[in-house]
Ligand binder design. Structure first.
Ligand code: ADP
Ligand code: ASP
Ligand code: MG
Length: 450
């Protein structure tokens, strides 16, 4: 079996879905399980309903939901044989309108927000399953929620691998054995009690990987709008090149620090079984893409030991200065306990004799974190920052990288520098407005173009 995941742009409209059908048809012998995202931008549009509910804007809500329904209906109508799904989507859109109407004038609770956000995948998967049928492929729409059992951390729920493995095998294998192609949703799951959850933005890649691991798939294909994992985001560096290969570790580092092409957790479920991920372009299906696997050979990208450069904006640096820290034990533990207590994720850490700097992305609980940290020392925060990550297995064995790197970054001011224990990345913080320029200069330094 293989798992083939199609992202938002790969199901954006009827043309994209027709291409998807051709790609899936070409893989029929591999017994594919198809995972889809919502149509491009639909998750954003669904989340944008929440402020309308809060404002009690009934007319705005009607218009927005009608626009979403129209888009799905128009897409289905343009695909041979797919029109039959429109009533089911219309019925669910009406149910959504009723649910939201009942919440008028207040903020949606996290659980309610997940139930709203997940609609995009439920609708797109219906259209795709019908389109595959219309294209002569034996597709079966599968609701992933009873399989993808998660905890109740709404907005970033954690799946239970054991339940998923048992249920995916029980439900999806017989379909594949019978020559059918299951079509299911990325991004969503449900608690054991059946309350809908989501795995976090961009989570469909993670779904595909989880299913790949559960089913012991031969590979997980991630179909997207670029030719694979590239030397930098092509939106920042138009001359970025596609990598033929990368290791799980490199892919995870790049994704964690902003390479949106893969969700940061994608490689995680696949490591143990060594199942490869192949990142492919749904508009150029014959392109070989990037293979992400344990033993990715180092290819020669010029003479560069660097594989790729990523960056992530919206970062806040939290600094703690505590003269008492000098020679004291237990300080770091006390500090990390604060972050743990408030469930705030720390991305990058740099420590000196009497001060520590950490970066966080989620500002929602920052005030509470700062208050608690103030009991340990002087605390100050710097916002509007970006993390830049330079990643490559080859950096481990190449001297002089740091010197080249920091020379290239100039004149931008570098704030927090860190290197992971595996020595395959160097990360540092710059001002947000300096980020794109820094990425371009680094690309020029290590790949000769920008
Ligand atoms: P999908 O909707 O298919 O999941 P995403 O928009 O989530 O697609 O991810 C694809 C985008 O990731 C690309 O269009 C590209 O702009 C961006 N991206 C960022 N960094 C990289 C990188 N290093 N390699 C490839 N794409 C990247
Ligand atoms: N549709 C979801 C999102 O936009 C999940 C995904 O596309 O991976 O975040
Ligand atoms: Mg994505």
């Amino acid at each position: 079996m293989i798992v083939a995941k199609f992202g938002g742009t790969s199901v954006a409209d009827a043309g994209a879905i027709a291409r998807l059908a051709r790609i899936v048809g070409s893989r029929a012998a591999d017994r594919p399980v198809v995972v889809v995202s919502a149509l491009a931008k639909v998750t954003d549009a669904l989340l944008a309903l929440a402020p309308l509910v809060h404002a009690g804007d009934a007319a705005g809500l009607d218009t927005a939901i009608a626009a979403l329904l129209d888009r799905h209906a128009a897409t289905a109508r343009s695909l041979p044989g797919a029109e039959g799904v429109i009533p089911a989507i219309a019925e669910d859109a009406a149910a959504l309108r009723r649910e939201l109407g009942a919440a008028f004038g207040r903020m949606l609770r996290p659980a309610e927000l997940d139930a709203v956000a997940g609609r995009g995948e439920l609708w797109s998967s219906r259209v795709v399953a019908a389109a595959l049928e219309g294209a002569g492929l034996a597709a079966t729409w599968v609701d992933i929620r009873p399989l993808m059992v998660t905890d109740d951390r709404y907005g970033r729920a954690t799946p239970q691998m054991q339940a998923l493995t048992a249920r995916a095998r029980e439900c999806l294998r017989p379909l594949a054995d019978a020559g059918r192609i299951p079509v299911t949703q990325g991004f969503i799951g449900a608690t054991a009690e059946g309350t809908p959850t989501t795995l976090g933005r961009g989570g469909s890649d993670f779904t595909a990987a989880l299913l790949g691991a559960a089913l012991g798939a031969r590979r997980v294909e991630i179909w997207t709008d670029v030719n694979g994992l590239m030397t930098a985001d092509p939106r920042i560096v138009p001359s970025a090149r596609t990598l033929r290969a990368a290791s799980y570790e490199e892919a995870a580092e790049l994704a964690t620090f902003g390479a949106k092409v893969l969700h940061p957790a994608t490689a995680q479920p696949l490591v143990r079984a060594g199942i490869p991920i192949v990142v492919l372009n749904s508009t150029c299906p014959d392109d070989p893409g990037t293979i992400v696997e344990p033993s990715a050979e180092l290819e020669r990208l010029g003479d560069s030991p660097v594989r790729s450069i990523s960056w992530k904006r919206g970062i806040t640096v939290v600094n703690v200065r505590a003269p008492r820290m000098l020679g004291a034990h237990g300080f770091l533990r006390a500090m990390f306990e604060v972050f743990e207590r408030h469930e705030v994720v720390v991305d990058v850490l740099a420590s000196g004799e009497v001060s520590v700097s950490l970066t966080v992305e989620d500002r929602s609980r920052l005030d509470a974190v700062v208050r608690d940290l103030s009991e340990l020392g002087d605390v100050w925060i710097e916002s509007g920052r970006a993390i830049v990550a330079v990643v490559g297995i080859g950096m481990r064995s190449t001297p002089g990288i740091a010197a080249r790197l920091f020379r290239a970054v100039q004149p931008a001011n570098v704030e927090v520098i860190s290197q992971g224990a595996s020595a395959i990345n160097v990360t540092f913080v710059v001002r947000e407005e300096d980020g794109p320029g820094v990425v371009r200069r680094l690309h020029q330094e290590f790949f000769g173009t920008c």
